[in-house]
Design a protein around this ligand. Structure first.
Ligand code: ADP
Ligand code: MG
Length: 318
């Protein structure tokens, strides 16, 4: 298996879609795969290639499960989430073609001229409506998966996968931060009581928003696990924004509120889903540490902000 370059990507696309390619660019957003945005005369497509090594790696990222079948799992996950969340406000990427030989998939565009929540953050905009929709989406996915317990991986594989992801986002992130006071508490890996179908990577860069609609991409980390993890990890990005751009504190707080409210509306009949604030704070706290210590750090995080991140994490993990 070898990395496909622009020309080969263009050939692949025109072989499977009756269109002409206008341009191809590598999307330098995630860390794990080679994702190309392909502009064509019939709209945009995304090609995602998973190689035996991650595209960008750090000592921490190396602890993530490196699974060569990750695109197969992602395709299964897109189908399953699509079945669980039947709501046409939420757009998931349709799989157009999967080429096993080069481990590359052609996906439909879920952006449809919308901006990701992350792109809006970068413009200094936090819209509580986006967070509300994200909460409603997650609430539907989580609660519906209590009835339909279809698995993406085998039970044993799921356990192993989930453990590694949670370890990376929590314990490892605390360790990397050097927060001795927190470390001394000897946190155990929280495996969560209630197991639902979680997204596993529910973050602003994967969510496109346009008014009353969301486009959601990257389902590689979908697995069964503790619902608090998705909630905490998503909220962590708003917590970080409050430290990076204090003038957005009010909007960020409202967004978090709307997110939780919309989530709770969608899960109110699922008796197993009751938010435990300690668990939620654990994942928010470890989520902010993960973002600044375990993955390549955003250029907006100065050393001063880094100190504030540690302080905030200490409060959340107290
Ligand atoms: N189907 C899609 N529609 C729109 N944007 C996409 C799509 N797939 C990927 N992207 C964009 O490319 C980025 C990287 O793709 P992603 O699937 O998240 O790969 P990685 O595993 O490397 O994070 C996403 O964050 C998003 O900005
Ligand atoms: Mg991604």
């Amino acid at each position: 298996m070898k990395r496909l370059h622009e020309k080969e990507i263009a050939t692949l696309v025109t072989k499977h879609i009756d269109t002409d390619v206008l341009s191809i660019t590598l999307v330098d957003e995630g860390n794990l795969n080679y994702v190309y945005k392909v502009r064509t005369t019939s709209g945009n497509y995304y090609c995602k290639q998973a190689l035996p090594k991650f595209r960008k790696t750090t000592e921490s990222i190396e602890k993530l499960p490196l699974d060569i079948n990750r695109l197969n799992h992602e395709i299964k996950a897109i189908t399953l989430v699509g079945k669980l969340v039947k709501d046409n406000r939420f757009l998931l990427p349709k799989v157009i073609y999967f080429e096993k030989r080069n481990n590359v998939v052609i996906l439909e565009d879920v952006a449809r001229k919308m901006k990701t929540i992350k792109q809006k953050f970068e413009k200094g905009v936090i819209d509580p409506l986006d967070a509300r929709l994200a909460g409603a989406f997650l609430g539907l996915q989580h609660s519906q998966s209590l009835k339909d317990t279809t698995q993406i991986r085998t039970k044993q594989e799921n356990r192993q996968f989930y453990r590694q992801v949670i370890y990376f986002r929590t314990i490892l992130s605390i360790e990397k931060s050097g927060l001795k006071e927190v470390l001394q508490k000897n946190f155990e890996l929280p495996m969560g009581s209630s197991s639902v179908l979680i997204n596993g990577d529910f973050s602003p860069k994967q969510i496109y928003c346009g008014g009353e609609r969301l486009g959601i991409c990257d389902f590689e980390f979908v697995c069964r696990g503790d619902f608090h993890y998705d909630l905490g990890f998503f909220i962590a990005h708003y917590e970080l924004m409050m430290l990076i751009k204090p003038r957005l504190i009010k909007d960020a707080k409202r967004a978090i509120d709307e997110f939780i409210k919309a989530y709770s509306v969608k899960t109110k009949d699922a008796s197993e889903i009751e938010i435990n604030n300690k668990m939620l704070n654990y994942y928010i706290g470890t989520g902010i540490l993960n973002r600044v210590y375990a993955v390549p750090r955003d250029k907006n995080i100065s050393d001063k902000i880094l100190k504030e991140v540690n302080q905030r994490a200490k409060e959340l993990l107290a």
